[in-house]
Design a protein around this ligand. Structure first.
Ligand code: EPZ
Length: 451
């Protein structure tokens, strides 16, 4: 498991070497959901009392959020996958630029800080390569709750003597805006209604944690949330739900290698439409109590995919499913409706032999294509996961550079893939760096000599 969370970033390489050809077979115990854990840690700031969060994934983004909590004045300690957060000291209201720059999800401390302190100063989070990642819904919602907001020299300054309950109708079911407003509303006088709220399972997980802290939240999982503010919140203990995007990624990896993979620990209902699409593509999917098994030994069929807010097809699985569809016997159309620019990885997938043509929000995925390993660059977290998926299904060896992106959101990726029979390795810092040739085909000796 390595050092405890919050002591040092998890050790990982910047290059992953993936030799294709192995059928993945076996089970993966899922980690806690990155996109819930980060918000639960932020929510712990809502009370001066200590909270305990279990099943926190040991990933770079969590390390950055722990750094953020400490920079704000909270004490954080860890034991295995459990974090104990004591925000009882004097909290700072300013989230440092250096941390916000590294992780735009840091914006999620804005709601808790305004709720607890009546003020917050947050560096404007940059966009990233999947889109401008605006925060106008967050800002307009907080203003509806009575906050005054100025943007000055790249910082968002929020002030609110008293937050007042209001009806906030979101233009779009933004996950982050729903979460920030939900947390701020716990401190508002009276009732807040958030209409057109996001319905992702991670929102329900946050609402459950807030409820354990003494908040009164109704409607979690629906598009209308109602919060009865003004209750003093206390510390609570909570276990993060399993990561549905990690689950979907491993199920796609298994299907892409004509394998047989089971993921353990999550509610299959969190992936309902995704599983229907896997079945339509010719993957045999069995759902059980907190387990999903995906097997494929025949040809894949083309399937059209449109990403949408939950319960639609998750945008965070779009890049990965495009790899699977590249192996299908026919042409699929993938439409990205959530982010402005989430086909960045397509060029790198095409270098591996995929035949994807994009036009605006649409990608035409030709199949079947024979993938063949080479050196590629991960543009972001899920694009990186897609490149690893392609490497697993490709001939010879794929060298995925920029693997640091992938370790932001996948705990124990190498260990889990090896346990499934994959031939992967990385250039862990400080280990004998593999001599990867200009073309990783057949080169890229890894630290453990497997490839
Ligand atoms: C969360 O991002 C997730 N990140 C993303 O996962 C996920 O892709 C996304 O939700 C959608 O499910 C975390 O939870 C840390 P949004 P978030 O606000 O909250 C626009 C991953 O790979 N928008 O629902 O930023 C925005 O530009 C990451 O794990 C505004 O215009 O998503 C985007 O196009 C990637 N104004 C769309 O809405 C706003 O004020 C969806 O954004 C807010 C958002």
């Amino acid at each position: 498991m390595g050092e405890a969370i919050g002591t040092a970033p998890p050790r990982h390489g910047e290059r992953l070497y993936v030799r294709g050809g192995a059928r993945l077979e076996g089970q993966v115990v899922l980690a806690g959901a990155k996109n819930s854990a980060l918000k639960l840690l932020a929510a712990s700031l809502l009370t001066p009392e200590t909270s305990v969060v279990h099943r926190v994934p040991r990933i770079t983004d969590v390390e950055l959020m722990v750094e953020m909590l400490r920079a704000l004045g909270a004490r954080v300690s860890s034991e295995g996958a459990t974090l104990t957060i004591d925000p009882g000291g004097r909290l700072e209201g300013c989230a440092p630029y250096e941390l916000v720059r590294q992780m735009r999800a840091s914006i999620i401390v804005m709601g808790p800080l305004v709720a607890r302190l009546g003020e917050a100063t947050i560096a404007m989070p940059g966009g990233c390569n999947i889109g401008p990642r605006r925060i106008d819904f967050h800002i307009r919602g907080l203003e509806k709750l009575g906050a005054r907001i100025d943007i000055d020299h790249g910082f968002i300054k929020v002030r609110a003597d008293r937050l007042k309950g209001a009806v906030v109708a979101l233009d779009y079911p933004s996950v982050g805006a729903t979460e920030n407003l939900l947390m701020a509303a716990t401190a508002a006088d009276g009732v807040t209604v958030i209409e057109n709220a996001a319905r992702e399972p991670e929102i329900a997980d946050l609402a459950a944690f807030l409820g354990a802290m003494g908040a009164v939240v109704d409607g979690a999982g629906t598009s209308t949330l109602q919060v009865e503010g003004g209750h003093a919140l206390h510390g609570a203990e909570h276990t993060v739900i399993a990561d549905r995007i990690e689950a979907g990624t491993y199920l796609i990896m298994g299907a892409a290698t004509a394998g047989d993979v089971t993921v353990l620990g999550l509610d299959p209902a969190h992936l309902e439409l995704f599983l229907a699409k896997l079945r339509a593509a010719g993957v045999e999917v069995d759902e059980g109590e907190r387990r999903i098994r995906a097997r494929r030994d025949g040809p894949l069929a083309p399937v059209d995919i449109s990403t949408l807010p939950h319960p639609g097809f998750a945008t965070d699985l779009q890049a990965q499913i495009m790899v699977l569809l590249s192996l299908a016997e026919g042409t699929s159309i993938v439409t990205e409706n959530v982010f402005e620019n989430r086909f960045v990885v397509v060029d790198e997938l095409n270098r591996l032999g995929a035949g994807i043509v994009t036009s605006g929000h649409h990608a035409v995925v030709a199949g079947p294509r024979r993938l063949s390993g080479t050196v590629v660059e991960a543009p972001d977290l899920r694009g990186g996961a897609a490149l690893v998926t392609a490497g697993l299904a490709a001939d010879n060896t794929t060298e995925v550079r920029g693997a640091g992106h992938i370790f932001r959101g996948y705990e124990r990726l190498e260990e889990n893939l090896r346990a499934l029979g994959a031939d992967v390795a990385s250039d862990i810092p400080g280990a004998a760096s593999p001599e990867a040739g200009a073309d990783a085909a057949g080169a890229g000796a890894a630290t453990d000599g497997t490839i």
